[in-house]
Design a protein around this ligand. Structure first.
Ligand code: GRF
Length: 219
């Protein structure tokens, strides 16, 4: 498989970026991270990138009067790196419709809940307040509506009686670090594509009819 070019967008600590980087380094993903772009210079993940020799760029959203002008400059920066895939990894800016359409089918995100439950922020506290017994994370194609794009993969774990939002968030994050590289693998090898507003699984891709989950393995 030919090496594919990834641009990763971050706003914060970049732990999912690190998980993707590790998957690339281990040979689990036939890819190269060609740039990491942040929307402000305080994103902690940038320091880690510099320490690991990953090219970084900053497009500070505060310098732009509106979303569209920010997105135009962000797109120009992304295009400079000729990516096959644009990966949102804790990128905390809502993107304009024009931006999303430009990269439709090549733009993916990870969200810390089992979508369509709990789109938006504070997902772990909301899951606890709702009393759900299962929670998790979702990798999805990005479409104009926030956190509503076609789902690629989900990881699930039990909510424990003693959970608080921090403990639950930590377990979900560890799950994300396994889920995101795996989901990117499906995209990179063409196992699934965005087709007419749905995730289409390639013929011949076999998914198990049921999945036995041992919660102990997920915690
Ligand atoms: C993750 O929980 C991700 O699901 C959400 O933002 C968080 C980013 O964390 N979109 P990190 O910066 O990857 O550590």
């Amino acid at each position: 498989m030919t090496e594919q070019r990834l641009v990763v967008l971050i706003s914060g600590r970049g732990s999912n970026l690190r998980a993707i980087y590790q998957a690339v380094a281990d040979g689990r993903l036939p890819a190269r991270i060609v740039a990491v772009i942040a929307n402000h210079d305080k994103a902690a993940g940038l320091t880690w990138c510099q320490e690991h020799g990953l090219p970084t760029a900053i497009v500070p959203h505060r310098n732009f009067p509106d979303r569209e002008s920010f997105d135009r400059v962000l797109a120009a920066e992304i295009d400079r790196h000729r990516p096959d895939w644009i990966i949102l990894a804790g990128f905390l800016r809502q993107l304009s419709n024009g931006f999303v359409e430009r990269y439709l089918g090549r733009l993916v995100n990870i969200h810390p809940s089992l979508l369509p439950a709990f789109p938006g922020l504070h997902t772990h506290a909301r899951a606890l307040a709702a009393g759900v017994r299962w929670h998790g994370a979702t990798v999805h194609f990005v479409t104009p509506e926030l956190d509503a794009g076609p789902i690629i993969s989900q990881g699930i774990l039990p909510v424990l009686a003693e959970d608080n939002a921090e403990a639950l968030a930590a377990r979900v994050l560890a799950l994300e670090h396994r889920l995101y590289p795996q989901a990117l693998g499906y995209l990179l090898d063409g196992s699934c594509v965005l087709d007419n507003g749905r995730t289409l699984w390639r013929r011949g891709y076999s998914s198990p009819e049921w999945l036995g989950i041992n919660p102990e393995r997920l915690i």
